[in-house]
Design a protein around this ligand. Structure first.
Ligand code: PGA
Length: 236
């Protein structure tokens, strides 16, 4: 486990973007596992800038996102598919057909979950998984629970997650109560993991996750068992 402490959100974003771009340069057909939320926006922005400069080529890259809200279509501006289009995919030359986000409006959500896992398997797994961390220790939308959920599954969001994410919605009542999330197997089988976090409010949970007992009550604690994980943390 490598822990890199930096001084600002900008530094965190730049270093994360460096690691992601190194991955894409070394393996142009990489499968990148991607995350949403406030944390990765700066890294996506930086990657977009480097692409524009001509330093990066995403034409052979495939992406699989961690999660999506149940009930929101990709056209909904609150959906994670929309977030990815606006914050990353539109800024680079990735092929739309090579970008995967769970479908939160699938008629059969269980089948959608199984198909998502099959797709990741068919792609040969994830080369580099980018993760944020929730204040309750979630990764993707794997919420604290009595067991680690292995596969992609439907999850009922915890109140703290709904409260944290309500900042993106007009009202807390508009935040979907359920989501689809990649499970722990696909995340833990990623060849490399890059976890980024910023802000004092993430410090306590990060310490518990990285140095405390490995428990499904703190889903991110399972990452202690990953052989190749880098954490970049900025206090501000
Ligand atoms: P944030 O979310 O980047 O918006 O803080 C992180 C997460 O919930 O995984």
């Amino acid at each position: 486990m490598r822990i890199i402490k930096v001084k600002s959100y900008e530094q965190m974003s730049r270093q994360a973007a460096n690691i992601i771009s190194a991955q894409v340069i070394i393996k142009p057909d990489s499968v990148l596992g991607l995350a949403t939320g406030s944390t990765p926006i700066g890294a996506y922005d930086q990657l977009g800038k480097w692409y524009k400069k001509g330093d990066l080529d995403f034409s052979k890259v495939t992406t699989v996102n961690l999660d999506e809200y149940v009930g929101l279509s990709g056209e909904n501006i609150q959906s994670y598919r929309y977030f990815m289009e606006k914050n990353f995919f539109e800024k680079i030359n990735i092929k739309k057909e090579n970008t995967f986000v769970p479908n939160g409006t699938a008629k059969d959500l269980v089948a959608e979950c199984t198909n998502y896992d099959d797709r990741i398997k068919k792609l040969g797994g994830i080369d580099l998984q980018l993760l944020g961390i929730g204040v309750d220790g979630h990764i993707g939308f794997n919420e604290p629970s009595d067991c680690f959920e292995k596969s992609t599954h439907v999850v009922t969001l915890h109140e703290s997650t709904i409260a944290a994410n309500s900042r993106f919605f007009d009202s807390i009542d508009d935040v979907p109560k359920k989501a689809l999330t990649m499970g722990m197997v696909s995340i833990m089988q990623a060849k490399k993991i890059l976890l980024i976090a910023n802000g004092k409010q993430k410090e306590e949970i990060l310490n518990k996750a990285l140095y405390g007992p490995i428990t499904p009550q703190i889903p991110a604690s399972i990452l202690q068992l990953h052989p190749d994980i880098t954490i970049i943390y900025s206090e501000v």
